[in-house]
Design a protein around this ligand. Structure first.
Ligand code: FAD
Length: 382
């Protein structure tokens, strides 16, 4: 562990690792502090839906081609349980090879760390950041490693700990849990992802390999029941809830659950300190926006840091400019996902009717559909 680095990144998850890699060939000395002692054990078991825009970032970093397990999302089918309204976004209509890609969190994490190992970035494992204090001209990072306490000084401490730290954040509980699983179905996915809104919350089926990754949102009580069901009963319950679009559900494995919250910091910067990724904002997984937003945080911060001189690095002035540059994208993503959850997760018959009309209108008005697709692919700033 170095006692001083120009930039210290607290958290080597996919967002922190992306930032480190984007700065690997800069003039700055970069150090990543990661709490996991063993990098072969990913921090989370989950499937990520990456947008085409995120692919472009990972391509520029030279890691995209190293991912083996990538499934293309060619189309996204959006519908509402109990109504006829639906909309289908198509990659061909956007002039893109795919609208997005389904990847495994653990594989992405491992590919990013392989690339970091071959770079000039220092990655320290088993190192848990406990506090960050700022002084005139630098931040002082306190780190616990192997029972010992260390201190590192830096011009810029980047918090990318996924929200594990105790910083003050606005929190909205959704009273929903997400049940995650892998399922196979009677009909092939043909690269189509499904987002189906129900009064209990959205259900997403993301094409992955020969089957689908399932994200089934429901009340905590319902998720507990679903987790406890024998496989055959679970598959029937899923069919009854999701409908017939992919035929019968044939198998399920690796069921797990997460509580869902919206949590974000109103102020993500302080002198010599900035939060990015899930540390800055944790979103509901509807529409798969969270990681894509975090990746854009990392990319834009790297661009700003590359261009600044030593005096400016980590100054409040520089960090406020970064925060302002991210505001539209962040606020729009928070608003968009929160609105989707609140608008669709209820059984009000009037709303049910308007939502159905809204989906039909989206399907019938190509410019509106194009706008939604671009927003999901490239973020609010296009
Ligand atoms: C059910 C579910 C499904 C999701 N699906 C999608 C999706 O389809 N698409 C999408 O874009 N996003 C999705 N997300 C969100 C996505 O998982 C996150 O946006 C992403 O993991 C954020 O990455 P991160 O690097 O900021 O944080 P994390 O992935 O949480 O990584 C944080 C890292 O910091 C380390 N760490 C923690 N504390 C410390 C400390 N004190 N010191 C040092 N290191 C520390 C951890 O060990 C970890 O390695 C989903 C989330 C959930 C819950």
């Amino acid at each position: 562990m170095r006692e001083h680095s120009d930039i210290v990144i607290a958290g080597g998850g996919p967002v922190g690792a992306t930032l480190a890699l984007a700065l690997a060939d800069s003039d700055w000395r970069v150090q990543v502090l990661e709490a996991r002692a063993d990098l072969s054990r990913a921090a989370h078991k989950r499937t990520l839906a990456l947008s085409y825009g995120s692919r472009l970032i990972l391509e520029r970093l030279g890691v995209w081609s190293r991912l083996d397990d990538v499934t293309e999302i060619k189309d996204i089918h959006v519908s509402q349980r109990g109504s006829l309204g639906m909309s289908r976004l198509r990659a061909t209509e956007e002039g893109l090879p795919a609208l997005g890609y389904v990847v495994d969190y653990a594989e992405l994490d491992s590919v990013l760390h392989d690339a970091l190992r071959a770079s000039a970035v220092d990655v320290v494992v088993g190192a848990r950041v406990t506090t960050i204090a700022h002084n005139t001209g630098y931040a002082r990072v306190q780190v616990e490693q192997g029972g010992a306490t260390h201190y590192i000084t830096t011009r810029l401490a980047v918090v990318a700990d996924g929200g594990a730290g105790g910083a003050e954040r606005v929190t909205r509980e959704y009273d929903q849990h997400a049940l995650l699983a892998s399922v196979t179905t009677e009909l092939p996915h043909q690269g189509c992802a499904y987002e189906r809104f129900t009064a209990d919350g959205p259900v997403a089926l993301l094409p992955q390999g020969d089957g689908f990754a399932l994200v089934w949102t429901a009340t905590p009580q319902r998720v507990t029941e679903l987790l406890a069901m024998p496989d055959d009963e679970f598959l029937l319950a899923l069919h009854a809830h999701f409908g017939d679009r992919v035929g019968r559900f044939l198998s399920v494995h690796a069921r797990a659950s997460f509580p869902l919250v919206l949590r974000y910091a109103q102020d993500t910067v302080a002198p010599h300190q900035v939060m990015i990724g899930n540390a800055a904002q944790t979103l509901h997984p509807v529409a798969g926006q969270g990681f894509n937003l975090g990746l854009r945080d990392a990319w834009e911060l790297a661009e700003m840091v590359r261009d600044c001189d030593r005096e400016a690095l980590g100054s409040l002035d520089m960090l406020k400019r970064y925060q302002a540059s991210r505001r539209v994208d962040t606020s729009a993503s928070i608003f968009f996902t929160d609105l989707l959850v609140r608008l669709f997760s209820n059984a009000n018959p009037l709303l049910q009717h308007s939502r159905s009309l809204g989906l039909m209108a989206l399907q019938l008005v190509p410019p509106a559909k194009h706008m939604v697709a671009r927003r999901m692919i490239f973020g609010a700033r296009g």
